[in-house]
Design a binder for this molecule. Structure first.
Ligand SMILES: NC(=O)C1=CN([C@@H]2O[C@H](COP(=O)(O)OP(=O)(O)OC[C@H]3O[C@@H](n4cnc5c(N)ncnc54)[C@H](OP(=O)(O)O)[C@@H]3O)[C@@H](O)[C@H]2O)C=CC1
Ligand SMILES: CC(=O)N[C@@H](CCC(=O)OP(=O)(O)O)C(=O)O
Length: 344
C-alpha cells in the first residue's frame, strides 16, 4: 500500500482524486490539505465519501509532513507546485502535478501565458509530460509528472495517429473545443454561476488561450515538425465533459483512417475508437477515464473531422493523474479507474 498526499483537497480535481482513490486497492490517502477547511473531516464536507474516509481531516499544507508520503498530488492553482516541489523531491517523494506548472518546456513561454515569473525553472527539464499514450516509458522512471490539461488531452489524443503517421497537413490544424463548467474550478467566478452559464454557450479566449502553447508543444513533439494550430474553447452548460471537434487536411487519400486509429490505440486501456460514422457523446465518458474518438471524412474529401470526448475531471485531470501513479509505481494501469460512465 502506498501513502498518498493531496494538496488542494477542496477543489473539483481534489475531490475527484478522493472519489477515484477510494476504490484503489494499493493506495491510501494519508494527508489531504486545505487552508480554508483545516480541521474539517472530509466525510463532513463530502457526504458521497462518508463510508470511505471516516477519520481523514483537512490539514494545512506542510511540506515536512507531506514528505512522509510516497507520492503527492498537486490539485492546486498554478504557482503552488513551483513553491513546494523542490523540497518534496529532495525528500524522495514523487510528485504528480495536475496544474500547468511544469507542462511547458519553454520557461519564457510559460511566463508569458501565465503572466507571472516561473517559480522553479530548474525543475522544468526533468518533468515528464504525463500523457501515457505518448510517454509511458518516461513516466515509469519519473520523479515529477506534469499531468496534461483537459483540452490538451482530448486534442492530442484525437490528432495523434494522423501526426505520427505523417499524413496530416500540419500547416493548419483546427481544434474547436467545448468544456463543461467544472473546468473552471470550484472557486466562484461570475461566468461559472448557474444563471450565467446555463441555457447559454459561448466561445472565449479566441485570441489566445493558455492551453494553446501546451497543445502546440505536444502536437509538435508527436509530429516532429512545426504545427500551426487554431484553438477555440467554448463554455457549455454541462457540469463535466470536453468535446473536441478537430479538423485537418490529409495528404494521403488511400490510408484507411479507421484502421489506423484502431491499430494505434489497440493496446491503450483508456482510448476507445468508435465504429465509423459515430458521434461520441460527453455523457458516454462522464465519471470514467476513457477518451472516445470517432473519425469522419465528409464526402470522402481530404478534410478529416475527428471527434474526441473526455470527462475533464477524469481523463482530463484526476483519472489521468491516477493512471500516471499506477504506471509510476508498477501497478496495473487501470487500478481505481474501472468505473463506467454514468448514463443518462
Ligand atoms: N477543473 C478541471 O477540469 C481541471 C483542472 N486542472 C488544474 O488542476 C488544478 C486544480 O483545479 P481545480 O480542482 O479545478 O481547482 P479549484 O479552484 O477547484 O481548487 C483549488 C484547490 O487548491 C487549494 N489551494 C489554492 N491555493 C493554494 C495554495 N496557495 N496553497 C495550497 N493549496 C491551495 C484550494 O484549497 P484551499 O484554498 O482551501 O487551500 C483548493 O482545494 C488547477 O491548476 C487547474 O488548472 C487541470 C485539468 C482540468
Ligand atoms: C471551462 C474553463 O474555464 N476551463 C479552463 C481550463 C481548464 C483548466 O483548469 O486548465 P489548466 O489545468 O491548464 O489550468 C480554462 O479555460 O481556463
Amino acid at each position: 500500500m502506498i501513502k498518498v498526499g493531496i494538496i488542494g483537497g477542496t477543489g473539483y480535481t481534489g475531490v475527484e482524486l478522493l472519489r477515484l482513490l477510494a476504490s484503489h486497492p494499493k493506495a491510501e490517502v494519508a494527508i489531504i490539505t486545505s487552508r480554508s477547511e483545516e480541521g474539517v473531516y472530509v466525510a463532513d464536507m463530502y457526504p458521497n465519501l462518508r463510508d470511505y474516509y471516516k477519520d481523514l481531516q483537512f490539514t494545512s499544507p506542510n511540506t515536512e509532513q507531506l514528505a512522509s508520503c510516497d507520492v503527492v498530488f498537486f490539485a492546486t492553482p498554478h504557482g503552488v507546485a513551483h513553491q513546494m516541489a523542490g523540497e518534496l523531491l529532495a525528500a524522495g517523494t514523487k510528485i504528480i502535478d495536475l496544474s500547468a506548472d511544469f507542462r511547458i518546456k519553454d520557461v519564457d513561454e510559460w511566463e508569458k501565458w501565465y503572466n507571472q515569473p516561473h517559480g522553479a525553472p530548474d525543475l522544468v527539464n526533468e518533468a515528464v509530460y504525463g500523457l501515457p499514450e505518448v510517454n509511458r516509458e518516461q513516466i515509469k522512471s519519473a520523479r515529477l509528472i506534469a499531468v496534461p490539461g483537459c483540452y490538451p488531452t482530448a486534442t492530442q489524443l484525437g490528432f495523434l495517429p494522423l501526426l505520427e503517421h505523417g499524413i496530416a497537413d500540419t500547416s493548419q490544424l483546427i481544434a474547436d473545443c467545448k468544456s463543461g463548467v467544472s473546468g473552471a474550478g470550484r472557486s466562484a467566478k461570475i461566468g461559472s454561476l448557474f444563471c450565467e452559464s446555463t441555457e447559454n454557450m459561448m466561445a472565449y479566449s479566441v485570441a489566445g488561450h493558455r492551453h494553446l502553447p501546451e497543445i502546440k508543444q505536444g502536437l509538435e513533439c508527436i509530429a516532429q515538425q512545426p504545427v500551426n494550430l487554431t484553438f477555440v474553447p467554448h463554455l457549455t452548460p454541462m457540469i463535466r465533459g470536453i468535446h473536441a471537434s478537430l479538423y485537418v487536411r490529409v495528404k494521403d487519400h488511400f490510408t484507411d483512417l479507421q484502421a489506423l486509429y484502431e491499430s494505434r490505440f489497440a493496446n491503450e486501456p483508456f482510448v476507445d475508437i468508435l465504429p465509423q460514422g459515430s458521434h461520441p457523446q460527453t455523457r458516454s465518458v462522464k465519471g470514467c477515464n476513457t477518451c472516445r474518438i470517432a473519425i469522419h471524412r465528409p464526402q470522402n474529401g481530404d478534410l478529416v473531422v475527428i471527434l474526441s470526448v473526455i470527462d475533464n475531471l477524469v481523463k482530463g485531470a484526476s483519472g489521468q493523474a491516477i493512471q500516471n501513479m499506477n504506471i509510476l509505481f508498477g501497478f496495473e494501469e487501470n487500478l481505481g479507474l474501472t468505473n463506467l460512465a454514468l448514463m443518462p
